[in-house]
Design a protein around this ligand. Structure first.
Ligand SMILES: [Zn+2]
Ligand SMILES: [Zn+2]
Length: 444
């Protein structure tokens, strides 16, 4: 197809139309993108922007919503984007929102925030405690949404300096339901060249960013197995087929997958975290249910298969049957999150420019999982942790009922997001120019 015709029908062109109707006038920074980073942090820390972010974060925190149910959160995001003057696509993957800032033309760089909360009761007593019983923002996603809205404000104010288009991805259902995968299936990454994600961390000092090149988070999956025998009197075991003994044997055998079948230099985890079976001292139950998690940076699918095989075959040794579910409660396995080396270098240098070289921390991989992995598998991606540690207060870890966000981190997150987008577009445009003197249109 001729380049011009292709462009006519492409989303790129639609976006161009979408973006040129914006009415608010942009501030003029003289088109010098290299001056933007420090301005972003100053602006994000200004009382007006900071107080606005704190208000948004607290509002989201008070009304936590679970995966694919983030209707109010999504509405709040859209109303703030409307107020800023950012155009967006909605709905994407049920509650997801995708905003666009910039020229409407390539290159396209995406920034991602997740919107969902966890099914747990908040234990922190404070004015803005969760108002939804049994639901809590205990992973900082309220902060992630706020930081991306903060970035939207900064980027929109400086939109005339953008050398391409920033795509703001607000995704649903990170916690176990792989909302990122659904976003991709619904076209969230169409035309996008690279994507950046930030996760808050209270193990890193406030305002410091941590990442690495390569695998930063493990592939993660869950399993649940029902081991069935034949119940009966606990004092007459010969008339029963005891699933408790079979389950015990299964649990021990699963330990060998890591200790005996895995290269000691390759990290893996198989944990049986729940065991349910029996209600009386003198009754052998009909069945026992076990469940747990598995993690790996490489060989994840093989590990899943071995878990299944060991459970079924070991149960059989004890004359029991076993059924194994590798997606219990609809939980979708997560791929390992792998950072692109080029993006890592760009990120590290941007953090140095924005906050000083001492503010970049070389991360060590962790066995936690993130559905950002789906984005980073589809296109070059970079995932980082942003520190919010306050040693005077001692913050609980994520997924704890006592988890809290240090709100002083919000301006850092907004500025890092915005600066990274500006920097990426600038570098990409420069490299495209040197690669192709005819310009990007010929590449489409
Ligand atoms: Zn989480
Ligand atoms: Zn999280």
């Amino acid at each position: 197809m001729a380049p011009t015709i292709y462009l006519l029908f492409s989303l790129t062109f639609q976006l161009l139309l979408l973006l040129t109707v914006s009415s608010e006038s942009a501030s003029n920074t003289g088109g010098d993108a290299s001056r933007i980073p420090s301005k972003f942090l100053e602006l994000a820390k200004s009382p007006k922007v900071f107080d606005w972010m704190v208000r948004i974060r607290r509002k989201i925190h008070e009304n936590p919503e679970l995966g694919y149910e983030e209707f109010e959160t999504s509405k709040l995001i859209r109303s703030e984007l409307d107020l800023i003057g950012v155009k967006y696509r909605y709905p994407v993957a049920i509650t997801g929102v995708i905003g666009y800032i910039g020229t409407g033309e390539p290159p396209f760089v995406a920034l991602r925030a997740d919107m969902d909360a966890l099914p747990m009761q908040e234990g922190v007593e404070w004015e803005h405690k969760s108002k939804n019983p049994g639901k809590m923002h205990a992973c900082g996603h309220d902060g992630h949404v706020t930081m991306l809205l903060g970035a939207a404000k900064l980027l929109h104010k400086h939109r005339q300096d953008l050398q391409g288009t920033v795509v703001l991805i607000f995704q649903p259902a990170e916690e176990g339901l792989a909302g990122a995968k659904k976003m991709i299936e619904e076209g969230a990454l169409k035309h996008v060249d690279a994507i950046f994600g930030i996760h808050l961390s209270n193990r890193i000092p406030l305002g410091k960013a941590a990442s690495l090149a390569g695998s930063i988070l493990a592939g993660a999956g869950a399993f649940e197995a029902v081991i069935t025998g034949k119940g009966g009197h606990a004092a007459i075991p010969q008339h029963t087929i005891d699933p408790v003994v079979a389950a015990s044997s299964v649990i021990l055998s699963l330990q060998h997958l890591v200790s005996r079948e895995t290269d000691p230099l390759h990290s893996k985890v198989v944990t049986v975290a729940k065991v349910h079976g029996g209600n009386a001292f003198n009754v052998i139950p009909d069945s026992v249910t076990i469940g747990g998690t598995l993690r790996a940076f490489t060989g994840f699918t093989q590990l899943e298969q071995r878990v299944k095989e060991v459970i079924i075959k070991q149960a059989l040794v004890h004359q029991c049957n076993a059924s194994v579910d590798l997606t219990p409660n609809g939980k979708i396995p997560l791929l390992p999150t792998v950072n692109d080396e080029g993006l890592y270098k760009q990120f590290k240098s941007m953090v140095g420019d924005l906050l000083g070289e001492e503010s970049f921390v070389e991360a060590t991989p962790v066995m936690g999982g993130e559905d950002f992995s789906y984005f980073a598998k589809a296109i070059p991606g970079h995932f980082s942790f942003l520190g919010m540690q306050d040693e005077t207060k001692g913050y609980a870890s994520s997924h704890s009922p006592f988890y809290r966000i240090n709100e002083d981190v919000l301006p850092y997150g907004a500025a890092i997001h915005a600066s990274m987008a500006v920097q990426y577009l600038k570098d990409k445009k420069a490299s495209t120019r040197s690669d192709s003197p005819k310009g990007f249109h010929d590449e489409l």
